[in-house]
Design a protein around this ligand. Structure first.
Ligand SMILES: [Mn+2]
Length: 249
């Protein structure tokens, strides 16, 4: 709360970004599981004093995750101390009978699931921030980056779940779904693009606009911490999760 005395226009907005928790039914003592990933990601968001947590897709590994496990995710999120924005990915698309309906998440006041409980644009007036994302709504291909509306807030953050392909690999990677090119990324007018779909942490794109994969908690062992600062601009750093679990794969 050290920032509470500062004027809003001087204060940095802090967003923690993770993705690809892949909560599934394979729970084994002492090994990584997506529910542990969720607990540690929320712990990291608390540790850095984040305003928001963004989960950029594939929180759930499939639509067949048993309800008793899916509801544990809802119970963890019900205790979250900050708003959580979730984008459905290709493993957990926003279907009418999708997994989110069996989690208890959709009734939570502080958890916003784009494509289910919330539209593709969410404005946080107190943070002068808009978050825009295009949810996966089927298992089929689609362009993962959203149309970004004209700026009505100081900050705009895009969340997307897809596969970045460099110009030199574009033709060779034509079989891939949910492709994003350097030009697609460069065309986005926003302050940060929070990507999901890759397990590893990486910044991609060649233009003015860079996009960042957070990586999955177990492989990256970190979350991305994005600071939107009126004085110093946008910075992206990794914060260690401190999990006792090695990567699954
Ligand atoms: Mn994915």
């Amino acid at each position: 709360m050290a920032d509470s005395g500062k004027r809003r226009d001087e204060r940095a907005v802090v967003i923690v970004h993770s993705s690809d928790l892949h909560i599934d039914e394979d729970i084994q003592q002492g090994r990584y599981h997506g529910l542990e990933g969720l607990r540690y990601v929320l712990g990291a968001a608390d540790a850095v004093g984040a305003d928001l947590l963004v989960l950029a897709g594939d929180t759930f590994d499939s639509g067949h995750v048993p309800e008793r496990i899916a509801r544990q995710a809802g119970a963890i999120l019900a205790e979250a101390a900050l708003p959580v924005i979730m984008l459905p990915g290709n493993h957990d698309p926003a279907l009418p009978d999708g997994i989110f309906h069996r989690t208890g998440i959709l009734g939570l006041p502080q958890t916003m699931v784009i494509g289910h409980s919330h539209p593709e644009s969410i404005v946080f007036a107190d943070l002068d921030l808009e978050i825009i994302g295009r949810p996966h709504r089927s298992y089929g291909d689609m362009p993962p980056l959203p149309e970004v509306p004209a700026r009505q807030t100081r900050w705009q953050v895009v969340v997307a779940h897809g596969h970045y392909v460099s110009a030199e690999d574009w033709a060779e990677q034509a079989h891939r779904s949910w492709r994003m090119s350097d030009d697609d990324i460069a065309a986005v007018r926003a302050d940060y693009i929070a990507l999901g779909h890759w397990d590893r942490n990486e910044a991609v794109g060649t233009g003015r606009m860079q996009a960042h994969y957070s990586g999955a908690p177990d492989l990256a062992q970190t979350v991305n911490v994005v600071r939107l600062c009126p004085r110093e601009g946008v910075s992206v750093n990794r914060h260690p999760l401190g999990m006792p679990f090695p990567p699954r794969w």
